[in-house]
Design a protein around this ligand. Structure first.
Ligand SMILES: Cc1cc2nc3c(=O)[nH]c(=O)nc-3n(C[C@H](O)[C@H](O)[C@H](O)COP(=O)(O)OP(=O)(O)OC[C@H]3O[C@@H](n4cnc5c(N)ncnc54)[C@H](O)[C@@H]3O)c2cc1C
Length: 494
């Protein structure tokens, strides 16, 4: 045996699980397909990141119509959290129960908010979250305060916060994993979608993995891609990998899959054999199904007579329409600031000429409308001819459209009269989740409430794929909380 536990993937789920399991003394081997993200001039160059795609892996997936695309997912130690906006937010308590949306009713989770609450608190400690739980009527109970006070608003965002409040909204601090002074010391940029090369961002590498690797029983293998799980009956007996030394097979009594919602499902499907013809852990035919990614719209609220002097922008949110904004009292979603959109970023994302993009970006503020994407079995990841096919069927679109219209009105009332909006393209599934969902019914889910595969006794999953619903909340803190909870479960079982 090469280890006691093999963890595939070092992103939010894998790194956090490793941190939780490390004190058990078990030999933990983390397999990560990417390498370390080193500091470079490109790390703070918006042109390199947004126009030239400098950090994107040369990965091609196909959509349901067979069109190729680069998914804009990152493969480094720390996974997508190296680039994330570091919003570390809890699902609302209501999100764990069945909820009636404009687009249908969500199934509810096998566990409740109270089950996860202590682990949310532990995840906020591990990821050094800056926040303030007061002031938001939808905020669920916290048994401990955030470990650090919120990241301060810049003056223009403080003004926007006042303008929202004057409309009767309840703007509050975004819970963030960022050491703002340390981040700005490297260069005056926002952090959302910029890679963390200094450790100022609380990401899976700088927090989860750093804590795990302090233990001599934890080893990280970089540049090592799992290509297939080998199973015999109800057990995984080996993990085939491609690494710096070529192909080989590793084995451990326990295998934890944390490769991200698309790649974890793809790996199980790619591992089909005579005994498991539909893929591993897939007797239910649920592997890859219920893919969700949020309905996300970036909004640029422009006033030709005003300047936006912010550097990072991303400090406030409101949830006034989160639970009850719809015509029949249905949820609409969350509103939060985007990271500061500058000329090169807007030019890179929109194709506008740089001079025009610059003109618009300097005279606008930038917000994100986020609505729940509901589980749909036909929305799915497939594995065909050795590659990923992603057939993402968006749901609950009417609720999102209403959220965007409401937010547009609020921005105009706040003194930004021209509102331009653009939905995030389907080719960038940055909030992907749901493909190996957690549930008590083995016929309708892939893993049980303890994240063990219903069909495979030594296979666990701890990444965004296990989320039964996407809520309208950035996923990472929930992924981390679930991974910590699994770590305790496995340590107790040892
Ligand atoms: C630009 C951007 C901004 C975001 N902002 C936020 C935010 O503000 N807040 C938030 O909560 N979320 C945010 N997200 C989403 C967040 O990054 C993900 O939800 C989170 O990283 C998911 O954790 P995970 O463990 O499922 O996957 P990941 O963190 O992506 O980790 C998966 C890991 O597995 C590795 N891997 C994949 N396949 C293999 C294989 N076959 N073998 C070995 N290793 C493999 C990958 O390289 C990666 O390191 C953002 C994402 C992006 C791209």
């Amino acid at each position: 045996m090469d280890a006691d536990v093999l963890i595939i993937g070092s992103g939010m789920g894998g790194a956090t699980l490793a941190a939780a399991l490390a004190p058990s003394g078990r030999r933990i081997l983390i397999l990560e397909r990417g390498g370390h993200l080193r500091d470079s001039p490109e790390a703070r160059d918006p042109d390199a990141i947004f126009r030239r795609g400098h950090f994107k892996p040369p990965e091609t997936w196909h959509d349901a119509q067979g069109r190729p695309f680069n998914p804009g997912n990152y493969a480094f130690v720390g996974g997508n959290t190296k680039f994330y906006g570091a919003v570390l937010m809890r699902y609302r308590a209501e999100d764990f129960r069945p909820l009636r949306h404009m687009g249908g009713t969500t199934p509810g989770w096998p566990i409740g908010y109270d089950d996860l609450e202590p682990w949310y608190g532990a995840a906020e400690q591990l990821y050094r979250v800056r926040g303030d739980a007061a002031g938001d009527p939808t905020e669920p109970p916290h048994s401990a305060p955030y470990p650090f006070p919120p990241v301060p608003d810049e003056p223009d965002i403080a003004a926007l916060r006042r303008a929202f409040a004057a409309q009767g909204l309840n703007p509050v601090a975004l819970p963030l994993g960022i050491d703002i002074d340390r981040w700005l010391a490297r260069a005056p940029t926002t952090w959302d979608a910029f890679p963390d090369s200094t450790g100022a961002k609380s990401d899976a590498e700088s927090c989860g993995l750093a804590q795990a690797l302090r233990h001599p029983n934890v080893t990280l293998l970089t540049g090592t891609r799992a290509t297939r799980l080998v199973a015999s009956g109800r057990r995984v007996t080996g993990v085939e990998v491609e690494g710096p030394d070529g192909p080989r097979t590793l084995s451990a009594p326990l295998v934890c899959l944390c490769a991200g919602a698309v790649m974890s499902a793809a790996l199980l499907l790619a591992s089909a054999d005579d005994d498991h013809p539909a893929g591993l852990a897939n007797r239910s035919d649920q592997v890859g199904r219920n893919f969700m990614n949020h309905n996300l719209t970036a909004m640029i609220a422009l006033n030709p007579l005003r300047r936006n002097r912010t550097v990072y922008e991303k400090t406030i949110q409101f949830n006034d329409w989160y639970l009850t904004g719809g015509p029949g009292g249905e949820p609409l979603g969350n509103v939060q600031m985007l990271g500061r959109v500058t000329g090169p970023i807007l030019a890179g994302e929109s194709g506008l000429p740089l001079w025009l993009a610059h003109l618009i970006a300097e005279r606008s503020v930038h917000v994100l409308a986020m609505s729940e994407d509901l589980p749909d079995p036909d929305s799915r990841v497939m594995w065909r001819r050795g590659g990923v096919v992603l057939d993402w069927r968006k749901t609950n679109v009417a609720a999102h459209d209403l959220l965007v219209r409401r937010l547009g009105r609020a921005m105009r009332r706040a003194g930004w009269p021209v509102v331009l909006s653009r939905a995030f393209p389907k080719s960038k599934p940055s909030h992907q989740c749901g493909t190996l969902r957690m549930g008590d019914d083995p016929a309708a889910s892939v893993v049980d409430r303890n994240l063990r595969a219903h069909d495979i006794d030594n296979l666990y999953v701890a990444d965004a794929s296990v989320l039964p619903t996407s809520a309208a909340v950035n996923p990472s803190l929930t992924v981390a909380a679930l991974a910590l909870r699994l770590g305790r479960h496995l340590s107790a079982a040892a």
